[in-house]
Design a protein around this ligand. Structure first.
Ligand code: NAP
Length: 295
């Protein structure tokens, strides 16, 4: 078992699904002496306060970070650059800045230029989530049994990385460490492209003039319902994911389009063997996910 991580003061920048889950977990497992939450909107902080998620709440971002030993960025990845610019001068020397964003190269590019010497950046991505947003959507078991990917650079202090690794292990996660560009490629196919497909198919269904909205809702069980769940994910978060991971998503989209064209051909030419061969392979993938307890 890893050593229990302990941070006297944790600052949560953003208090949505992921950071509010973290707040609940940190309080439950006593991983910090105190937690302060920052959010832009007073209404979001009010919701967090009503749920008693943290010790302190502020809309002033420098107040949030100035005494913190651990700062967790839990905001849309497109907001990292403006937030880093604001917090940089206020960060405590020796503190660790980490994040939970779904894209990793952009975090390094956007945040590291603003961190003073002696502040450690350990980018992270807990690969766990739901389609819900906001402080009320979180729950401490969100991370349990899932994977967390850390993407420190070669210059990152190994002790800081180890501290964050322990933190996520204590949250019930398995931790992998990899290069940020590799992370972005892997997640482009396992997470970003599936979301794009869901957004697209739900949009297409609603645009079809020959099929009424009533019919779409009535017959949603035929696979469409699962896509609508994914397509209900936060629009701002996903806008930023696609804009920040543009290259990897476009590369995977190219591959996907080619494979889709070959399926189209198989259907046109009545090539049942090709269809059955693919569907058998994909069924095995689903079974291996179940065996690995990832569904
Ligand atoms: P969320 O529930 O939508 O909460 C977002 C938080 O960020 C809110 O506190 C919001 O504050 C704040 N925020 C939004 N725009 C901002 C801006 N421009 N500047 C400063 N703060 C801003 O989000 P979430 O689902 O927890 O996602 C947070 C991060 O985790 C994202 O980077 C996402 O990629 C990553 N992630 C998400 C999932 C998932 O399934 N949702 C899974 C893994 C990782 P206000 O309400 O005050 O505006």
């Amino acid at each position: 078992m890893s050593k229990k991580p302990y941070f006297p003061r944790v600052a949560l920048i953003g208090i949505g699904l992921i950071n509010s889950s973290l707040a609940r977990l940190i309080s439950r497992d006593k991983l910090a002496e105190s937690i302060i939450a920052y959010s832009r909107k007073e209404a979001t902080l009010e919701e967090a306060r009503a749920l008693n998620l943290c010790n302190d709440y502020t809309t002033d971002i420098t107040t949030a970070v100035k005494d913190a030993d651990l700062v967790v960025l839990g905001i849309p990845v497109g907001a990292n650059v403006s937030v880093a610019r604001l917090i940089g001068p206020a960060l405590k020397i020796g503190s660790i800045v980490t994040d939970v964003g779904s894209v990793k190269q952009s975090v390094i590019k956007d945040v590291s230029p603003y961190l003073p010497d002696g502040v450690h950046l350990v980018p992270g991505h807990p690969v766990a989530g739901t389609e819900h947003s906001g402080p009320g959507a979180g729950f401490p078991e969100l991370f349990k049994g899932r994977w967390c990917i850390l993407t420190p650079e070669s210059t990152t202090d190994p002790a800081a990385t180890e501290s964050i690794r322990n933190f996520w292990i204590n949250a019930g996660m398995q931790v992998d460490i990899m290069d940020a560009s590799h992370h972005d490629q892997v997640l482009a196919i396992t997470s970003h492209l599936p979301h794009l497909i869901a957004y697209n198919i739900v949009g297409t269904a609603y645009d079809l003039e020959a099929i009424t909205e009533r019919e779409v809702i009535k017959y949603a069980a035929g696979g469409f319902r699962d896509f609508t769940r994914i397509a209900a994910s936060d629009p701002t978060m996903w806008r930023d994911v696609f804009l920040s991971n543009r290259e990897s998503v476009l590369e995977m989209l190219g591959r996907f389009t080619e494979d889709l064209a070959s399926l189209q051909r198989a259907i046109r030419w009545g090539d049942g063997d090709a269809l059955e061969e693919l569907f058998t392979k994909t069924r095995e993938i689903r079974r291996s996910l179940i065996d690995a307890k990832q569904v």
